[in-house]
Design a binder for this molecule. Structure first.
Ligand SMILES: Cc1cc2nc3c(=O)[nH]c(=O)nc-3n(C[C@H](O)[C@H](O)[C@H](O)COP(=O)(O)OP(=O)(O)OC[C@H]3O[C@@H](n4cnc5c(N)ncnc54)[C@H](O)[C@@H]3O)c2cc1C
Length: 485
């Protein structure tokens, strides 16, 4: 750990990390992630230039960022395109635990055989459940019911990239993105300080929360990891191997925030549960240590969520960005630039399931991008048309804002009760509609009906929403409703 000061400020986190192999390096990564999130200048510089590359493009597509967005690289290279990927870290390495809905995983069958996809699934759950402090439990089937071996998936994607001739520029930090007249130049720096220029006809910005183009306005700091030694059983504070807990709370608002747990059994050889703690936030609510602070709370309050001593085997953490859709956002902010993955944040601002959203979207995007390249239609309008997002997401952002600190103030801290009313209304609408809602598949009319049902249980809800959002955001929400009809 870096300094005694940090050990004093984050004692539980410091202790838990110090007992892990590579714990010191992981703690460094945690602080570096927070620092680069806070410092907007640490993002790559965008340079607008008038130069013409002519025939000087080495690639059709360059992906800045090579995390899960490797899915895009493989799909595009499979179509015969010349693809490059640049990432500051090793490419195809990771040990995050991801869950996804079974139906979403079938998209991988376009890249791997069915048996290979099956082998990536570590555990399948009979059902999922959401439960709220002081409220009920709401079971649901067919939602986030598979846990996926992220390390194997990323390794397999890297191997596919290599087999398809994708050029990997790893351990290179993207410093600038030059938007030339007929292409894009990515300038990357190696650890030894050497600079390299990568020229392509199209840039896919897959930099996640570090994207210099993205207009994220909601954030979900998430910490946790795989934990061994927790008690099994049927009580809320125990876990069952065939149940995935999608959203759960163990207390009301504390420290001005409504914290939410997620827990899903890892499957495989270990008797471990992947446990995450997160909260919804706007940027101005996050201090200089949004992840270390949350880890302190994680270690302190985890026994409220699941009983048992619990040993952290592998920490995972990150700040997942999102959009409320109450401000205008673009997936193509400039000609020849398309945002994908977390940078585009086309996932639900309620569940923040970027993996599922990426599984749903990489195939259709690759098809449309290939066509756009074939016809040399790389202007903003053509690129905007490559991405279609579920219409219901335009309406969900305002609801997600009700879970941030300002929402908590509007409901006088009773966020759990609001959640309980909302989920009771959802469950009453029938399991199919409940599941469709959590998989981002509900129609806008269903969201409106849901609001009607919530107001029957909780007449104050309209006043609370008006108090949280104010007239400008409310009218924006009204416009979203009209445009999604
Ligand atoms: C703890 C945690 C648990 C999660 N669990 C789930 C889950 O269970 N289910 C689910 O659906 N989703 C989950 N998510 C969300 C999911 O992980 C993300 O949506 C997904 O990984 C986004 O992938 P991405 O490639 O778009 O972005 P990222 O994974 O953020 O990748 C961005 C890449 O850009 C690189 N980069 C950044 N800046 C630079 C630079 N200047 N130069 C070069 N490279 C750079 C980074 O190294 C990184 O590899 C979870 C997220 C977290 C943090």
């Amino acid at each position: 750990m870096k300094s005694p000061n940090e050990r004093e400020r984050f004692p539980r986190t410091a202790e838990a990390f110090s007992s892990l192999t590579e714990g010191a390096a992981m703690f460094e990564r945690l602080t570096a992630m927070e620092a680069s999130f806070a410092d907007l200048r640490a993002r790559p510089r965008v340079v607008h230039s008038r130069r013409t590359l002519g025939r000087g493009s080495d690639f059709d597509v360059v992906l800045a960022g090579g995390g899960l967005s490797l899915l895009h690289a493989v799909a595009l290279a499979k179509g015969g395109l010349r693809v490059a990927v640049v990432d500051r870290a090793r490419i195809g390495v990771g040990h995050r635990g991801w869950n996804a809905s079974r139906a979403e995983l079938s998209a991988l069958e376009g890249l791997f055989s069915r048996d290979e996809v099956e082998a990536l699934v570590l555990a399948r759950y009979e059902r999922g459940v959401c439960f709220w402090h002081g409220g009920g439990s709401y079971p649901v089937r067919g939602v986030l019911d598979c846990s996926v071996d992220a390390a194997s998936l990323l390794r397999a994607l890297r191997a596919r990239c290599e087999a398809l001739g994708v050029q990997l520029f790893e351990e290179r930090t993207v410093e600038s993105l030059e938007l030339a007249k007929d292409g894009v130049v990515v300038t990357a720096r190696s650890a030894r300080g050497e600079h390299e220029e990568i020229r392509a006809r199209l840039l896919l910005d897959a930099l996640g929360v570090a994207s210099p183009f993205a207009e994220h306005d909601l954030f979900c700091p998430t910490v946790g990891g795989a934990i061994e030694g927790l008690e099994r059983g049927e009580a809320r504070d125990q876990w069952q191997p065939h149940v995935g807990e999608i959203l759960a709370t163990t207390e009301g608002v504390e420290e001005g925030r409504q914290h939410v747990w997620e827990g899903f059994p890892e499957g495989g050889e270990r008797d471990a549960l992947t446990v995450y703690l997160f909260h919804y936030a706007e940027r101005n609510e996050l201090d200089d240590a949004p992840l270390r602070g949350l880890f302190e709370r994680f270690f302190r309050t985890r026994p409220r969520y699941k009983r048992g001593v619990g040993t952290l085997l592998r920490p995972t953490f990150g700040i997942i960005p999102g959009h409320s859709r109450l401000r205008t956002t673009h997936v193509s902010p400039h000609d020849r630039v398309l945002l994908v993955g977390d940078a585009a944040a086309r996932h639900s601002p309620l569940t923040f399931c970027g993996f599922g959203s990426m599984l749903r979207s990489f195939g259709p995007i690759a098809e449309k991008v290939s066509l756009a390249l074939a016809h040399d239609r790389l202007d903003r309008a053509a690129l905007e048309a490559t991405t279609v997002e579920p219409k219901m997401l335009r309406l969900l952002g305002a609801l997600a804002l009700m879970l941030t600190a300002r929402g908590a103030r509007a409901v006088d801290g009773r966020v759990c009760l609001l959640l309980d009313d909302a989920f009771a209304a959802l469950a009453a609408s029938g399991e199919a509609r409940f599941a469709a809602f959590l998989r981002d598949e509900a129609a806008p009319i269903d969201v409106v009906r849901l609001l009607g049902r919530i107001s029957l249980r909780r007449p104050a809800v309209y006043r609370e929403v008006v108090r949280a959002l104010g007239p400008r955001e409310l009218s924006r929400w009204g416009l979203n409703l009209a445009s999604s009809w």
